[in-house]
Each structure stands twice: as structure tokens, then as C-alpha cells.
Design a protein around this ligand. Structure first.
Ligand code: GLC
Length: 649
């Protein structure tokens, strides 16, 4: 809302810049700036205080926005206008994503260009290139330890190649996601190096302490992210003679956002990368942005304020550039990254649906949908215009972070059930088909997370090893079933690279330096292009999975009711082994039914009346393109099969 004093402050800043207001693009920029300035101003002073130095910082921030806008190329400005006028593009059924480690997939950026036809064949159009900015050779946490935000790592190529890839993807109606590691830098970043040499200004970019007093106080409530390999949250730097906060690895120094200079520098980084043509930013580890003693220092209110402030700045220069929140936290906290209250829909645009992901794995192990349904029922509604990333696997481990209350609600003892899942997925039980690895087993709490590829967790690796055809069929069906869910659930499905071919665990990571200690690399395979060739060879595992996923994606793109317009209804049925929901848009309606069990399951045909199908007109299964089978009493689903039942129109 217009506020005279804030507006006059903005006018003063703009008056001092020599701007040519006859430029239409610039006028549009100023309209956006005046729209967002109050948020920028109030959030900044809200966090950093009403001090004259902070007014200077705000002025500096506005100058940076103007500079970035002036540097923004004409074609990107045109793209911005298109995005601005179509806020719904993110929610569309047309989007299907995937993610790639360049070195493991295509070698480098140049190589990636040659893979575009393969991706198009499958139907992928949202491309997440895993961190590719400059990072140390060994201590890099898969690129999540950045040593220069303005350089592409030479292993992958150059910034000008990013520019041309972004352009090429846009020409192909595809979108580029890039990671921005906002929470920490590598210890080899120039800020860290200067801090290490004793420059006070840069020591204040991080949390550094002379003795253990403050670190110890923090430690009493901070959880450990990598308890087995990286216990504790502080690292001693002998050169500096100081303790540095390092919540992740000891070479990842947490940035100190209580220092306004850090925030301004990070906004500059984002502006720079937006101007290279990146379409979507994945903001890494956002729950950790603000530390507060006496708490877990995750999901603090200021972390949200900072994200809203960053969003308000970036939007002024490149409107319509969505943010993905990488916030794999407790379900009620995740949804807050879309912004709430007055800021609903004004923080991040996309978030990982970690609740769906975790509970899908629960459903795989238990062959039962009850915890999945309970968790999803509790998932708070997200603001209009925002969407989920729906995924089965990502490059990270699977954390069993569902709320205890949901587990109790459906009759489980939460910690025993978690233990059961870890045991199941790490193959401890005779009847378990999964071959995962326990990640970060913490003897203090007894907790563990799980590593492993979709195929290995879903039974393919074991079935191949045993050479049992029936088990192989089941594993393939499980993989397809899980994908059918993420493709139709609502949100952008994210297919993990290699899953489209049934790629099993990659054990040779233990021979790679810098990776052997971190078993998440077991599910970050070197992509096997010979295996990919088999996708065209009838009867192979690769053919069966690839062709099924390709078909599911193609159907999604022809199903407007699969767009994410808060148009999904979860259904409670008389059979817990069946997961059911309805997708509706205008007069289009699809009832999605999934049998999670390895035996046939029935569901009462009342469900067809419940969703108001006109049975006289006939109903068809979209996937098989055949009339959906049902009788007067029930619909029967074969083991691990699903129906996408729709009314003929
Ligand atoms: C995110 C990344 C993860 C990384 C961590 C630290 O959670 O997804 O791979 O280890 O951030 O940067």
C-alpha cells in the first residue's frame, strides 16, 4: 500500500540516478519497484533495525536493482513480460522435470546439449542442473560448497555456455533450474579466504567465535545434519584461532545473515545469475538461513522474511522468475515457505512435496495407504499460484520426517514404525525386496535416513540378482505405479535421472575420492548411455519402464485436470491397500486408483457414484485407453496396477 514517507525515500533514491524515463521497459521496472519497495524497505528495517546505515544499505540495494535491470538483455525482458502475463504456467500439466549431475550425465554443458533430444523423447521440459558453479575439486558436497558464484566450474564449462543453454532450452520450450546455495559458502570462497586471513569485515560474513562459549550454547539445541561423518556444528580454524559455524560439512561455512552486507551480496549474486537467463532458482537449505540460540535454528521467522525480501528484489528485475524452496522439514513447516498471511504466495513459488515422497515409500513398504492419506490430509493448503515438486527420489537421502501424530492416528508407534521402515528399506527383513543403505545412523537417537535408487528400493536390484521373473515384474510395476502417482497428483513431477531406465544402486562411489564417506552417492549414478539404448528393445527392463513413463507423461500433457489448481480430492475408500484421489477441472474428471498390494484388491463400485460419474455415458481408463472394468459391486485392481478412470466426453 502507498505510504508517503517510504515513497518519498524511493523518489529521493531514484532522483539521484540519471534515468531515462522515456524508456518503456524502464517505466515497467519502476512500476514493479514501487510495487515492491515497501516490502523491501520494511522487511530490511524490520530485520536490521531503523539505523541510518541501513537506509544507506537500502539505497545501495535499489541501485543494484537498477544496474541489474539495465544489464538485462532485451530478449530476457521480453520473456519477463510473457511470464508476468501468465502466472499460471508453473501450475500447468505441461511441465515435467528431471535433474542431472552434469559430469555423471553428459560430462559437461556442451555434452548436455546433445542430450536434449533424449529428454524430449521422454517428455521432460524442466531441467534441474545440479550445482555447477565453481567449487573445490574434492571438498564440494556435490557442488553445494560454492567457491565462486559468478563462475561455472571449469569441469562443466563456462558462464557463456549457461547463457546459450538457457536460450536453447527456451527455444525448445524447456526451462532451466539452477541451484543457488544461499546458506553457506565453501571455505575456498574469497570471503572465507579473506576471513581466514584475519579481515574482520569478512569474518563478519560468517559466524565466528573466539572460544567455545557461544558454540557450546548453540550446540545444546542444534541438531546434527551429518552426525556420523560431521558431528557438531562448529569447526576450529587454527589460522584464525576461531570457531566457525559449519552446520553441514566443515568446509561449508554458514553465512551470517544478521549482517546486512551478506544479504546484499547474495541478492547481487541472484541478480547476476538471473541475467544469465536462468528460469527458476532452487534455493538450497533455506530453513537454515537464520540462527537463533536456544532453538534448532531452522524455520525461524527471519528465514522467511529474508526469502520474501530476496523475492521482492528479484521480482523487480526479472518478474516471474520462480523460487524453489529446498525445505525438507516437518510437514507443517514446509508449506510456510510459500509465504503465509499477507505474504501468502509471495515467498517461494515451488516446494518439494517431501511429505508425499516419504509417505509413498511408507506405502511401498506397508502396501497400505493409511499413513499416506493421513499425512496428505493434514498437509495445509498452499496459496494460489504456488505448486509442489512431486518426486519419488532426489539426490538426497530419504528422511522419515512425517509427524508422529499422523503415525499415532493410524495406529503405529511412531519410533517403532520408523525403525521398521529403515530395516525394511535396508533389506533387514527376509520379505523385504529393498536394497537401500542406512544413511547417518545416529546411535544417540537411533534414527537413520535411507539412501538408494528408486529401482533398488522398489525391488529391481534384488529381483535381477535372484533372476526371479515374478519378482522382476512386481518391481517394474512398483516403479511405474509410483511414477503414475507423481505424474497425476498435482504439481511438477520430478523424475530422477536414470529412474526412467530402472537404474539400480551405483556402488563404485566408494572408490571415488571425496565421495566414499557419503553413501548418498550410491543413488547418484554415472548415467549409462548403453543402457539407455535398450529403451527401444522390446521386453527389456529399460523398455518396459521408459515406455511406460513416456506414455504417462504424454497422457499428463493431454489432461488439463492434472494441472495443479488445488483441484485434487483425496478419497477414503473401503480398502486401505488402494490409494485414491480425484482430479477435477471444469467438466473433466479423472479418478486415480492405485493398488499398493502384491495381490489383487477390490474397491466398492460406489466410488464411481461418489465421484458422480454418469455410468451410462461410459468410463474409460486413460492409461490403457479401454473401458474401465467394473461390475455392480466392485472394481478389481490387479497387483500394483492403477487406473486413471475418466468420463467419456
Ligand atoms: C541441500 C542439498 C544437499 C546438501 C545440503 C548442503 O540439502 O540438497 O545435497 O548436502 O543442502 O548444501
Amino acid at each position: 500500500m502507498y505510504d508517503p514517507q517510504t515513497n518519498s525515500f524511493l523518489n529521493n533514491i531514484l532522483d539521484q540516478l540519471d534515468l531515462d524515463l522515456s524508456d518503456k521497459d524502464l517505466l515497467r521496472f519502476i512500476t514493479r519497484l514501487s510495487g515492491n519497495f515497501e516490502v523491501i524497505h520494511n522487511h530490511f528495517l524490520g530485520i536490521y533495525g531503523e539505523k541510518s546505515s541501513n537506509h544507506k544499505h537500502i539505497k545501495n540495494l535499489v541501485e543494484e536493482l537498477v544496474k541489474a535491470f539495465q544489464a538485462r538483455e532485451k530478449d530476457l525482458r521480453q520473456w519477463d513480460l510473457k511470464r508476468e502475463s501468465d502466472r499460471g504456467w508453473l501450475l500447468s500439466e505441461q511441465l515435467v522435470g528431471s535433474m542431472f549431475y552434469l559430469d555423471r550425465y553428459s560430462g559437461n554443458l556442451k555434452g548436455f546439449l546433445t542430450k536434449i533430444p533424449y529428454l524430449k523423447e521422454l517428455g521432460i521440459n524442466v531441467i534441474h542442473l545440479m550445482p555447477l558453479l565453481k567449487s573445490p575439486k574434492i571438498n564440494n558436497d556435490g557442488g553445494y560448497a560454492v567457491s565462486d558464484y559468478r563462475k561455472v566450474d571449469e569441469r562443466y564449462g563456462s558462464m557463456s555456455e549457461i547463457k546459450s543453454i538457457a536460450k536453447k532450452l527456451r527455444e525448445n520450450d524447456m526451462h532451466l533450474i539452477l541451484d543457488i546455495v544461499v546458506n553457506h559458502t565453501s571455505n575456498e570462497h574469497i570471503w572465507a579466504k579473506k576471513a581466514a586471513k584475519g579481515e574482520k569485515k569478512y569474518q563478519e560474513f560468517y559466524y565466528t567465535y573466539e572460544d567455545r562459549q557461544i558454540p557450546d550454547s548453540f550446540e545444546s539445541t542444534l541438531p546434527e545434519i551429518f552426525p556420523t561423518t560431521e558431528p557438531g556444528n562448529f569447526t576450529y580454524h587454527p589460522g584464525m584461532k576461531k570457531w566457525i559455524m559449519t552446520v553441514f560439512h566443515d568446509f561449508q561455512w554458514d553465512l551470517n545473515y544478521t549482517n546486512p552486507l551478506v544479504l546484499i551480496e547474495m541478492v547481487k549474486v541472484l541478480l547476476y545469475l538471473a541475467n544469465q537467463g536462468v528460469d527458476i532458482f532452487r534455493l538450497d537449505a533455506v530453513p537454515f538461513l537464520w540462527k537463533r540460540m536456544g532453538t534448532a535454528s531452522q524455520n525461524e521467522p527471519e528465514a522467511h522474511t529474508i526469502l520474501q525480501l530476496i523475492k521482492a528484489c528479484i521480482e523487480v528485475v526479472s518478474p516471474g522468475l520462480p523460487f524453489i524452496a529446498e525445505a525438507i522439514v516437518a510437514p507443517p513447516e514446509i508449506v510456510k515457505y510459500f509465504g503465509d498471511g499477507d505474504f501468502a504466495g509471495k515467498e517461494c513459488d515451488i516446494a518439494y512435496n517431501a511429505t508425499l515422497m516419504t509417505l509413498l515409500w511408507d506405502a511401498v513398504a506397508t502396501k497400505n495407504s493409511k499413513l499416506l492419506v493421513a499425512g496428505l490430509r493434514h498437509q495445509l493448503a498452499k496459496p494460489l499460484g504456488t505448486t509442489w515438486l512431486c518426486y519419488i527420489r532426489s539426490h538426497d537421502d530419504i528422511g522419515l520426517g512425517y509427524e508422529d501424530a499422523y503415525a499415532r492416528e493410524v495406529g503405529y508407534t511412531p519410533h517403532l514404525h520408523r525403525q521398521y521402515l529403515v530395516n525394511f528399506f535396508t533389506g533387514k527383513y527376509d520379505d523385504s525386496f529393498a536394497m537401500g543403505l542406512p544413511f547417518m545412523f545416529d546411535p544417540k537417537t537411533g534414527d537413520a535416513r535411507i539412501s538408494g535408487t528408486t529401482a533398488s528400493l522398489a525391488g529391481l536390484e534384488k529381483a535381477l540378482g535372484q533372476g526371479k521373473k515374478a519378482e522382476l515384474d512386481k518391481a517394474i510395476d512398483r516403479i511405474i505405479l509410483l511414477h503414475a502417482i507423481i505424474i497425476s497428483f498435482g504439481g511438477i513431477p520430478l523424475i530422477y535421472y536414470g529412474d526412467e531406465l530402472g537404474t539400480t544402486n551405483h556402488y563404485s562411489y566408494v572408490k571415488e575420492s571425496g565421495k566414499s564417506e557419503d553413501n548418498r552417492w550410491v543413488h547418484r549414478p554415472i548415467f549409462d548411455w548403453e543402457k539407455a539404448e535398450k529403451r527401444n528393445q522390446k521386453g527389456t527392463v529399460e523398455y518396459r519402464i521408459f515406455q511406460a513413463l513416456k506414455k504417462l507423461i504424454a497422457i499428463r500433457k493431454k489432461s488439463p485436470e492434472f494441472a495443479d489448481l488445488n483441484n485434487r480430492e483425496l478419497l477414503t475408500t473401503d480398502n486401505e491397500h488402494i490409494f485414491a484421489y480425484l482430479r477435477i477441472r471444469d467438466n473433466l474428471k479423472t479418478l486415480c486408483l492405485y493398488n499398493l498390494h502384491d495381490e489383487p484388491q477390490k474397491i466398492g463400485s460406489y466410488v464411481l457414484h461418489q465421484v458422480n460419474f454418469d455410468l451410462k455415458k461410459g468410463i474409460i481408463d486413460k492409461y490403457r485407453r479401454k473401458p474401465a472394468p467394473y461390475n455392480e459391486y466392485y472394481i478389481e485392481l490387479p497387483p500394483y496396477q492403477f487406473f486413471w478412470i475418466t468420463q467419456k466426453v
